[in-house]
Ligand binder design. Structure first.
Ligand code: HEM
Length: 249
């Protein structure tokens, strides 16, 4: 399959002697920064999505009903389904809100004297933004510890009156994450594709009992699940053939 690749097109531009090509050092920097900033964050969000599905099977079922209605059994979901898959998009939003992988953001430096609610913030001060606190503020998100995608939906549509967690989880101002749309789009495709063909369940321990999926988050600026005690089970024979077919294409 001919998949567009940023790395490939940058290299190709240089090799073909394109006048607009950037110096090689810049290529490496652009691709390395994108890879570094994208990999742990996107993987972590995918892992938290899987943990949420294992913990909340009724939410998983609801998304699967949406996929059955709009995508059907004969193909995998793709971006043409974006408009119809409102519940899957709400799951993406709730994943970014429920377990933000950068819970205390990235430190910023104040460029000029400022004031916030009577507090003086001098130029040059470092500011840490509490993304976790904002994303778990019960005034914006009632019962914040619960994974509840329906909070974003009203009358079958995404409700613009509920604050979009992407306005917090990806930072603020000039340094806001430039990969936020890619992150949103790729988690959407993951949510839709995984739930279309798999059931996500808690893994079982040596005693045959399901393991707890309430796992801790790791320390550090990027905070990931400490473990991923989940299994993916193919939903049907038809789902299995869709998976094989997508590998061949
Ligand atoms: C779930 C996925 C992701 C999350 C939660 C996330 C979150 C963040 C946050 C909180 C920041 C700091 C923003 C600030 O300083 O205010 C950031 C910066 C950045 N992100 Fe992401 N990000 C994600 C995925 C990606 C992807 C897919 C890319 C690129 C392909 C990317 C590229 C970057 C870069 C280059 C920066 C530094 C921007 C700068 O300092 O000017 N991120 N991200």
């Amino acid at each position: 399959m001919d998949v567009p690749s940023v790395a490939q097109s940058i290299v190709h531009k240089t090799q073909s002697g394109d006048q607009g090509a950037l110096p090689e050092e810049l290529h490496r920097a652009v691709l390395a920064v994108a890879y570094g900033a994208a990999s742990d964050t996107s993987t972590g969000s995918t892992e938290f999505f899987l943990l949420a599905m294992a913990k909340y099977p009724e939410i998983q079922r609801k998304a699967q009903e949406e996929l059955e209605a709009y995508v059907g059994p004969n193909r995998l979901p793709d971006f043409s389904d974006y408009g119809n898959l409102v519940y899957c998009r709400a799951i993406v939003k709730e994943t970014f809100r429920w377990r933000p992988v950068i819970p205390y953001g990235v430190i910023h430096r104040v460029m000029c004297d400022d004031e916030y609610e009577g507090l003086f913030i001098p130029k040059g001060a470092t500011v840490v933004f509490n993304s976790w606190g904002m994303l778990h503020n019960p005034e914006d998100y009632p019962r914040p510890e619960e994974f509840y995608p329906d909070r974003f939906i009203k009358d079958g549509k995404l409700d613009p009156n509920v604050r979009d967690p992407s306005t917090i989880a990806f930072g603020f101002g000039r340094r806001i994450c430039p990969g936020r749309h890619l992150a949103d789009a790729s988690l959407f495709l993951t949510v839709a594709s995984v739930l279309h063909v798999f059931n996500v369940e808690p893994a079982t321990g040596p005693d045959g009992e399901p393991l707890s999926v309430d796992v801790k988050m790791t320390d550090g600026m990027i905070s990931l699940p400490e473990s991923l005690p989940c299994v993916l089970r193919v939903r049907s024979k038809q789902a299995e053939s869709l998976i094989y077919k997508s590998n061949i294409e």
